[in-house]
Design a protein around this ligand. Structure first.
Ligand SMILES: Cc1cc2nc3c(=O)[nH]c(=O)nc-3n(C[C@H](O)[C@H](O)[C@H](O)COP(=O)(O)OP(=O)(O)OC[C@H]3O[C@@H](n4cnc5c(N)ncnc54)[C@H](O)[C@@H]3O)c2cc1C
Length: 493
């Protein structure tokens, strides 16, 4: 006997199932709903049903207020050079709640022989903006500085084959720049092995700078001149490079859910366990925990690639195999609150990153309460210590007590933090960080072709063309738009 099938509303409407209630899934629901609310004659109603496995929306974005602290358990900000997240906030009426990072502490430290040392001013992740601050920095030896300055005279690479971050930085600036500055700075974002990380997939602008100017130092000099010219003709950028929300990024999730809820069916605690293809060319039956199976015209996946692979194995084995090949790393954030008089270090920066060659047990510490206002009560500091990642997977597996001890020891050693924290919490993100290895973009193109060949399926999220929140927002929007465009163009249902 067949299982009963849950029927949903209007026969003429397009029934879309969104799997995953993180920022990608919620954004795509928001986009679908807004577009179908527009009064275009071509649009028929869209019925959106969103399935979220956990008890809360937001996925990796989770904010909690406790004892006067505002705790970001996962991401704490987003970049504004990719405008999708800031545009979304503005669209949701959150513009007045956006906050920039605190100018007073806008710098980072890097651990050098066991102690935090400032990253040379104007260093932009992969390349120095100016050679002067590098020359003054104790981080690089005299011969290393000479090698970095030599970059100015090195010709650009001729071919445009994908290259690892490590290969690129060694080729342009030498091994010391990689080991002492670039690896820890990039590791703090991607938690990746630089020998494997694809530059083309993660930071293509540095390749473009090399191609356009022959040297990154020359490119930086050119950009500086342009900025000076721009600043004298404009009133300045509207926002800083990174933004958050006064009440934390969870506010973005709350606003999205409030905007979507009246127009969509939202299921929490409901993991999608199986997808069955039931019609041609489109038509799927979704089997989710605790619910009767339900039929949909479209399925939009916004969950990690390996989860999509498991659900699509029976629909298209080739696609599932490609998706499975995207590796993921696990990382943990240990959030701790201390009185300021418990730290010897002045915490005069946004945080400290730790090079792998220092052989320590943490990746980075973010000084949250220095980065943004109202993250800690007066006289207190909120620290977020990152553990694990692709380079130290064994540390992610530590049990809670050992991880707490490791973090306390590292904070004591690096920052002179002493005594018990008044707040401490471990937030674990297993298999959460997609690793864009060399060749990633070729795989993504293959995946996109395979997806395009299955009518009714769309995939979004941070596994493909960008790992940050703005990328997730963009991918959610684009997937929603593809659904609507194909529907309008083909008229199929
Ligand atoms: C520790 C950490 C710090 C970060 N810091 C930053 C930062 O500062 N700035 C930045 O821009 N980005 C940051 N990121 C990345 C950013 O958080 C992600 O790019 C973004 O949140 C991804 O959103 P998503 O919706 O694609 O995925 P997710 O947030 O992973 O959401 C997917 C959702 O799908 C659900 N799900 C999974 N399987 C199923 C199923 N079978 N059925 C139903 N639901 C399912 C999950 O429960 C989850 O809620 C950070 C990530 C981590 C882990």
């Amino acid at each position: 006997m067949n299982d009963p099938v849950e029927e949903s509303g209007d026969e003429s409407s397009l029934k879309v199932a969104i799997i995953g209630g993180g920022v990608s899934g919620l954004t795509s629901a928001y986009c679908l709903i807004n577009s179908s609310k527009s009064d275009s004659a071509e649009t028929r109603p869209v019925e959106v049903t969103l399935f979220e496995a956990s008890p809360v929306f937001g996925g990796m974005i989770q904010t909690e207020q406790r004892d006067g602290y505002l705790i970001e358990k996962g991401p704490d900000s987003f970049i504004t050079s990719k405008p999708q997240a800031v545009n979304l906030c503005e669209d949701l009426g959150l513009a007045a709640r956006l906050i920039s990072t605190n100018e007073e502490y806008r710098r980072a430290h890097v651990v050098f022989r066991g102690k935090p040392v400032p990253v040379p001013a104007d260093f932009t992740l992969v390349a120095p903006g100016r050679i002067g601050p590098v020359l003054k920095s104790p981080l690089i030896s005299p011969s290393g500085k000479l090698r970095m300055g030599w970059e100015y005279f090195l010709p650009a690479k001729k071919d445009n084959h994908d290259e690892s971050l490590a290969s690129f930085v060694r080729r342009r600036f030498g091994a010391e720049a990689l080991d002492r500055i670039v690896q820890p700075l990039v590791g703090g974002i991607y938690t990746s092995n630089p020998e494997k990380l694809s530059l083309q997939a993660t930071m293509p602008r540095f390749l473009e700078m090399e191609q356009a100017h022959g040297s990154l130092l020359k490119a930086a000099r050119f950009q500086r001149k342009q900025q000076v010219a721009q600043q004298s003709s404009e009133s300045g950028a509207r926002y800083g490079l990174f933004l958050s929300l006064r009440d934390g990024l969870g506010h973005l999730i709350d606003a999205l859910v409030s905007a979507i809820r009246p127009h969509a069916v939202l299921h929490l605690n409901t993991a999608v366990e199986r997808i069955e293809q039931i019609g041609a060319p489109t038509g799927f039956r979704v089997h989710a925990s605790g619910r009767d199976p339900q039929n949909f015209d479209r399925i939009l996946f916004t969950i990690p690639a390996y989860h999509v692979a498991a659900l699509l194995r029976d629909v298209n084995g080739d696609l599932a195999s490609e998706l499975e090949e995207i590796p993921y790393a696990s990382s943990a954030v240990v959030v701790s609150g201390y009185r300021l008089d418990q730290t010897e270090h002045p915490l005069d920066a946004f945080g400290v990153v730790v090079p792998a060659i220092e052989n320590r047990k943490i990746l980075a510490v973010s000084f949250s309460s220095r980065k943004f206002p109202n993250r800690a009560p007066k006289g207190r500091a909120l620290l977020r210590t990152f553990v694990g990642g692709a380079m130290q997977p064994e540390l992610f597996d530590l049990d809670d007590d050992t991880m707490r001890k490791v973090v306390r020891d590292e904070l004591a050693d690096l920052l002179g933090v002493h005594g018990e924290p008044e707040l401490e919490e471990i937030c674990r993100y297993p298999k959460s960080m997609p690793q864009y290895h060399v060749g990633h973009l070729d795989r993504v193109r293959k995946i996109e072709d395979l997806v395009a060949a299955i009518p009714g399926i769309e995939i979004a999220g941070n596994a493909f063309r960008g790992v940050g929140i703005p990328d997730a927002v963009l991918s959610g929007n684009q997937a929603a738009e593809r659904i609507l465009t194909k529907w309008i163009l083909t008229g199929d249902s």
